[in-house]
Design a protein around this ligand. Sequence first.
Ligand code: PLP
Length: 477
Amino acid sequence: MPLDQTDIAALFDRAARHAASFRAALAAHLHRVTAGYADAVAAFAAPTPEHGMAPEEVLDELARRAEPGLATTTGGRFFGWVIGGSHPMGVAADWLTAAWGQNAGNHTAAPAAAAAETAAAAWLLDLLDLPRESSVGFVTGATMANFVGLAAARDDVLRRAGWDLEARGLFGAPPIRVLIGEDAHTTVLSALRYLGFGRDSLLRIATDAQGATRADAFATAVAASHGPTIAITQAGQINTGAFDPHREIVAAAHAAGAWVHVDGAFGLWARACPDRAPLARGVEQADSWATDGHKWLQTPYDCGYAIVKDAEAHRRAMTIAASYLPPVAGRERDPSHLVPELSRRARGFATWAMIRHLGRDGIAAMVRRHCDQARLFADCLGEERGIAIRNEVVLNQVLVQFGADHPAQARDALTQAAIRAVQADATCFAGGALWRGEWVMRLSVIGAATTDADIRASAAAICRCWRQVQAETDAPG
Ligand SMILES: *Cc1c(COP(=O)(O)O)cnc(C)c1O
């Protein structure tokens, strides 16, 4: 039985009420998942339902079963991983997207969805100050954006070597050299693998203390490279936030005929903020870029952007054609010609809404605020005895080490103990990582909800936890 209009309105209202009460509770909540995975599995475990249930009851049951196991990623004191905050504006636009049920594969089936992407694509190029003739594919995240950019790269470098990849495929093609920094994000390696480049086939380039690719090492490697070559750079290293020296690298790569692809999942947004943009100078000279909407732009999951300067290379690598679909040579921008999927979510609506809501000045202010808050975090923590900041805080990332005056092995144990104490305290959430062979606590300031007061309260809690760890370590017996 189809639902009648009253049922639909009541159901949608109920979903909105569940969502609002979750967000309100979270504001007061400790930053801790109440139920771990095993509890969450138990909460959902049930035999296959033999009979249906009324939609509002289903919704209540879903919320009841899920909420204890929901991460606190949308809260103001969540600093674990580089995860955006699903801004309420983006969420609301995304509800409409789901309710409208558009299949954003092409402009004939879903004109408004395709048009919102066209408009948002132009805004993105303007905000990120990238070549305005570039084409933009709306994908699920930076992993797929890297895949798309690198697929265009593969196509183009082979084409210039006289090999038609679309017709002849990859088997028997001239070898392609891929240059990539030692501290690249692991998902770029996945994207490369999908494209036929195994880990051992890559030329890894030395990086500096912050994880940025060294221009001199890159120049030497690319000058020695012959034949089709792809260079991959990074704008915003996942631990330190460091930027590769793009002006030098891109110039050396282009002199050698290489395609340059930039992984800028979050760091590319520095370009939308005048006082951080110098970090990403020279990035605009590259050939393709990957970035996320669901990180710094705060759209809900999942949303990323694959940007390719040569729109034809982009299309060639991704086009999906069939007689019942609009012609490939058509003038209109068809979303599915720029991404791997045909049927797809209309991601342009939430992107459009977030940019329209924040505006150029709002985006710049948010990026600046997060960077200033990272600095504030580092300053507050750095004053505490035994805590050391292990990176140059240039963007939104802070690496914290505990027991700085102890030998390396003790530092690792103390840092891991401090991370456990911070997670148990749950004033804020932060995780750990190995950086340059030692354990650090990673703080990523990137959520829309974070205030300066959140930073101060979190820094105070981290110091308190650290003192407690020391007291326990020093205690006799
Ligand atoms: C998050 C991230 C990725 C992967 O992006 P997803 O959106 O998770 O697919 C790639 N590179 C960097 C530097 C990242 O921070």
